[in-house]
Design a protein around this ligand. Structure first.
Ligand SMILES: Nc1ncnc2c1ncn2[C@@H]1O[C@H](COP(=O)(O)OP(=O)(O)OP(=O)(O)O)[C@@H](O)[C@H]1O
Length: 253
């Protein structure tokens, strides 16, 4: 098991936003967190990597209690791709190289440089390596954040809506890259998505959050129209295309 979250509650001030969250994730697995706006998806990711501190409960990654670790050590275990990434007056290459910071001492080795080149290739950014990040589009910046998380060589990747700004081909490339990395490097990934159909295609496990509670923790194969209707309060049909389930809102609403 790579990630274990037990009895986690989180409050923003007096407002409880996450209630008794409990799940585990194995190596080689992608977990998609789904749910309506405001259901707590981003808050849950930020509790897993200790940007936010749970009011109760704990998070273990590879047997380490995250809350008791130094941030630099957390960054060796967890690569985080936030929903929004800031640009700066540095090149794409340097922005990606920053992902190596937790592993660096004094010198920059050829391994670090090779990892950056590889991540630029995987995310389709080779041609932009020397461009300043403040001259990128939103989707290109999103790819930089993903490349930076890849060079961290984490055991667990947390990605918050990583494909929200990407065109269709880039969405598929990034999700295929993520799936390939998870398998090849024996990692796990937790990814928040609004696109249920992408989740059904790429995730092994699903968590449906509703009002800060786990409504259902299941496999992608357990999807049903009733489940989606209960969570999103929207009537849907499930159709199968080439064996893959697709959620389609029913015509009559
Ligand atoms: N900094 C904050 N202070 C107070 N409440 C917050 C803060 N950030 C988020 N919230 C509230 O916490 C709840 C969960 O928010 P969160 O961003 O985790 O939801 P989400 O499922 O990621 O939403 P979305 O799909 O819209 O991105 C919401 O009710 C939100 O209004």
């Amino acid at each position: 098991m790579i990630l274990s979250v037990s009895n986690l509650n989180f409050d923003y001030g007096a407002q409880r936003v996450l209630h008794q969250i409990r799940f585990a994730l194995d190596h080689n697995e992608i977990l998609a967190i789904l749910g309506p706006n405001g259901s707590g998806k981003t808050t849950l990711l930020k509790n897993i990597n200790s940007i936010l501190t749970p009011s109760q409960g704990n998070v273990m990654v590879e047997g380490h209690e995250i809350l008791s670790m130094k941030l630099q050590d957390v960054a060796k275990l967890i690569g985080y791709v936030p929903q929004k990434t800031d640009s700066a007056r540095i090149t794409v290459f340097d922005a990606v190289l920053l992902g190596r910071t937790p592993h660096m001492s004094w010198s920059l080795g050829s391994h670090d440089i090779d990892l950056v080149h590889n991540a630029l290739r995987l995310t389709g950014l080779d041609a932009l390596a020397l461009r300043m990040t403040d001259q990128l589009s939103g989707g290109e910046l999103q790819k930089v954040a993903i490349a930076r998380a890849i060079v961290q060589e984490p055991k667990l990747m947390l990605l918050d809506e990583p494909t929200s700004a990407l065109d269709l081909k880039s969405q598929i490339n990034i999700l295929n890259t993520l799936k390939g990395l998870v398998t090849a490097q024996h990692l796990a990934a937790v990814i928040t998505l609004h696109d249920i159909n992408a989740a059904l295609r790429y995730a092994d496990k699903l968590i449906f959050l509703k009002s800060g509670r786990i409504h259902k923790f299941c496999s992608a194969t357990d999807i049903s129209s009733q489940l989606v209707e209960d969570v999103y309060e929207l009537p849907v049909d499930i159709v199968h295309v080439h064996g893959t389930p697709f959620v389609v809102p029913t015509a009559a609403m």
